[in-house]
Design a protein around this ligand. Structure first.
Ligand code: AMP
Ligand code: MG
Length: 472
């Protein structure tokens, strides 16, 4: 059966300078690495047995109904404002309305240069494409809002990074690709008409209950607070929380130098370009406040009384630290078996995190062990642990079913960085088996079924990945 995607491309119908229309640039010899059939079905896409999937998901052939565009946006990158970024190597093929009524973007990433490429080649190499496929699908399996991966193809072309590397293209699915940076672009241009178009479009897609720009800010804040609390609760470090990598949908986007922590350290950084730890693990809670303040600034030109708006938006942003604290407490208390946390439970959470930090405990394994009764073997200071565990036991007497709470909050497996690196090395040498094995082992991360046991091992000393290069 021929591939059939029920497109309905609402962004491409918008008036104004919001995007450029252009086709993906064909590649030499596309070959399919993976096609996510369950996701296709969820989206109402049929034709998974079409022999030409590689041609479609490389951009060599356009599926009927596609209207490819590259979106323009701006963004604060590591704190400095870039007035024009945009899709420099991505083509939004269009949108589908899934059988359940939800709308999704379908985008090729690595599909050739666009007017927004600046000095880039418009391409992606195999490593980051497979990393994003694995980590975004693992994130989804963990129950955390994220963009997803529909397909990955090799282009059959070499691209030049530090050395020649195999090129690849990812097909990304998202509730939308609208970022804080989209609003920043039109605010900086002083183009209030386009800003309003973007506001109306975003509101309809992501916060239909929002009447005003302040409502949209509030709705986005809520989603982003929830998202960051969830990241923290599984030890995830995004690595590049620039405002152009921060969505209105509240989905995790742009898996660059991201990683899940092995041993717990609140200041952990993996990104080789994050030299000052701006986006370190624990800093993510501060950065999301900063990013939402940038969204607030960009929305203000939509208000008639700008001065009054500044005060109102400012007050709204000031509520974020408290929202984050309570979202964090809810997630981490659950990891201890506490379903309805009290303020004093923060000390109990802090207690175990402190012991883990001092003892270099593995984040995922320690909480998984706690789910099974005791994390004594994971923590170096046994006496301090025994004291802490006594306090936990007495607190848990007030809980009806602490084990179920913990099972649902503590994944058994996460995509460990050294396993991802090994998978990328194998794929670069032509062996895709580790990619498929890793993908399968991460499908049900809260269960401990024996098939994913190998993913529980932290890296040996020589396997530790100390820096993840953007190396896009
Ligand atoms: P990222 O760091 O992936 O979030 O990308 C930041 C900006 O750089 C975005 O506007 C991308 O489209 C652009 N970009 C990244 N890599 C490339 C590339 N190889 N070619 C063209 N543009 C790129
Ligand atoms: Mg980006």
């Amino acid at each position: 059966m021929t591939l059939s995607i029920p497109f309905d491309n609402s962004y491409a119908r918008l008036e104004g300078p919001l995007f450029a229309r252009l086709n993906p640039v064909p590649v030499e010899a596309p070959s399919l690495i993976a096609f996510n059939a369950p996701l296709a079905e969820r989206l109402g896409i049929s034709g998974e047995d079409d022999p030409d999937l590689a041609a479609y998901f490389s951009g060599n052939r356009l599926p009927a109904g596609a209207t490819p565009i590259a979106q323009v946006y701006a963004g604060h990158q590591f704190g400095g404002f870039s007035p024009q970024l945009g899709d420099g190597r991505a083509h939004l093929l269009g949108e589908v309305v899934a059988p359940d009524g939800r709308r999704f973007d379908i985008q090729l990433k690595g599909s050739g240069p666009t007017p927004f490429s600046r000095r880039g080649d418009g391409r992606a190499w195999l490593g980051p494409v497979l990393r994003e496929y694995i980590v975004s699908e693992a994130m989804h399996a963990l129950g955390i809002p994220t963009t997803r991966a529909l397909a990955a193809v090799r282009t059959g072309e070499e691209i030049i990074r530090e050395r020649p590397l195999p090129g690849a293209i990812l097909t990304r699915v998202a509730s939308s690709h609208i970022r804080v940076g989209h609003f920043q672009y039109f605010a900086a241009q002083g183009d209030t008409d386009s800003l309003r178009t973007l506001f109306e479009h975003s509101r309809a897609r992501h916060a239909p209950e929002a009447d005003t720009p302040l409502d949209l800010l509030r709705a986005t804040m809520k989603k982003q607070v929830d998202l960051v609390a969830r990241w923290l609760s599984v030890g995830f470090i995004h690595g590049v929380m620039n405002t152009d990598n921060c969505t209105l949908s509240g989905e995790t986007i742009d898996y660059g130098p991201c990683a899940f922590m092995d041993d717990y350290d609140p200041r952990r950084v993996y990104s080789s370009i994050d030299r000052f730890g701006r986006y370190a693990y624990a800093a993510q809670a501060d950065i999301i406040v900063w990013n939402m303040a940038q969204l607030a600034s960009a929305l203000i030109p939509l208000e008639t009384d700008e001065e009054a708006a500044v005060d109102a938006f400012q007050s709204e942003i000031e509520t974020m630290p408290d929202m984050l604290r309570s979202a964090w407490l809810k997630r981490f208390a659950a990891k201890l078996g506490i379903a309805e946390p009290r303020p004093e439970d923060a000390a109990l959470v802090g207690g175990i995190l402190d012991l883990m930090h001092k003892g270099g405990s593995d984040f995922t394994n320690t909480f998984a062990a706690l789910t099974d009764g005791s994390a004594r073997d994971e923590v170096a200071d046994r006496d301090a642990y025994a004291d802490w565990h006594t306090r936990l036991q007495s607190r848990l007497e007030a809980e009806t079913d602490p084990r179920s709470t913990m099972v649902a909050a503590n994944p058994r497996v996460i995509p460990r960085n050294h396993q991802i690196e090994a998978m990328i090395q194998a794929a670069t040498a032509g062996d895709d088996a580790p990619f498929h094995r890793l993908h399968a082992a991460l499908a049900d991360p809260y269960s401990s079924d024996g098939d994913n046991d190998w993913l529980k091992h932290p890296p040996a000393q020589h396997e530790v990945v100390t820096a993840t290069f953007c190396g896009t």
